[in-house]
Design a protein around this ligand. Sequence first.
Ligand SMILES: NC(=O)c1ccc[n+]([C@@H]2O[C@H](COP(=O)([O-])OP(=O)(O)OC[C@H]3O[C@@H](n4cnc5c(N)ncnc54)[C@H](OP(=O)(O)O)[C@@H]3O)[C@@H](O)[C@H]2O)c1
Length: 339
Amino acid sequence: MSPAINRQLYLHQRPSGVPGQEHIRLREVPVPRVESGEVLLENIYLSMDPAIRGWMSEKVSYTAPLALGETIRGSTLGKVVDSGHPDFCVGDYAVGIACNGWEDYTLADPTQIYKVDAEIDFPLSHYLSIYSAVGLTPYFGMLDVGRPRPGDTVLISAAAGTVGSLAGQIARLAGCKVVGIAGSDEKCRWLVDELGFDGAINYRSNLDLTAAIAAACPNGVDIFFDNVGGAILDAALMNLNNFARVVFCGAIAQYNTEAPVPGPYNYWQILARNVTVQGFLALNYRDRFPEAIQKIEAWIAAGDLVFHEDVVEGLENTVSVFSRLFSGQHKGKLLVKIR
Ligand SMILES: NC(=O)c1ccc[n+]([C@@H]2O[C@H](COP(=O)([O-])OP(=O)(O)OC[C@H]3O[C@@H](n4cnc5c(N)ncnc54)[C@H](OP(=O)(O)O)[C@@H]3O)[C@@H](O)[C@H]2O)c1
């Protein structure tokens, strides 16, 4: 039998800047009843992803903007507590990427979620971190889009973040020289000392980022894996080699701005250096997720990939936890455990 109350975080007001409690509010509604063909998930973990900020604005994106009053959409891992679909049984665990909600219970579309095995020797939360978008994104972004060759110099922005830190390690495994850009000296030390990056640049203390990249990458940059955009992208463009690849993974520097975004000012470098710039969405590689997961599992088992999870408890803390994505006050994949 379904419990009575479902707590939901919903979009009350469109944010300008980093979202706070005035934009996202908590409400209590009855738990939905399951009709034929539907599945009711009791959410356990919510994934904190920068892209969700974009869906809170009216900007055109790869998924529809959230409507005012709509429950915040996101990726979750949950347990099936009621099912009207033959493929899902009560007690199964399932993940939905970018299709479930910040709520206790999600009435899920069975075509959008997938079952995961709970009989495993790693924490269940890994299905929402390393074996989910943030693990699969650097895998396909670096290997398929970046096409690294041994000896290439790879530069990565937001390099101490989840996607960036894994992208750098994958490039290192491909035999590349890897330089990361991050927001503190501590993060830079972590990249070099623990993850084996060849160099790291603190973008907050290097006012001339173009010169700092040139110093750290004396042979130029062959692949720029960009999670940030803005001024960091402009500085990277000035350091690209002929036939370099720019992997356009994200643009977190502009997620909180409503005004038109300027630049990139150094766009001309793309022509001058015969550069390929390619955006990509990890979701488009859905058919190849098993291949990537198998490879990532092997790297972890061999001790070749290091990653962290930063798990905070309580649905009521979700909004303040989400804001940490934009201040950089987290280490590893940010998850909220709500059960
Ligand atoms: N293409 C895809 O399919 C796909 C899928 C998932 C994620 N992504 C993108 O990948 C990127 C990283 O996502 P993630 O989940 O791994 O988050 P994350 O890197 O763990 O966290 C975001 C980090 O970005 C940095 N940052 C935030 N605001 C910044 C700014 N204005 N300028 C420079 N750096 C800033 C902060 O680190 P510092 O302390 O270093 O500033 C922060 O820790 C995002 O752009 C996201 O949208 C793309």
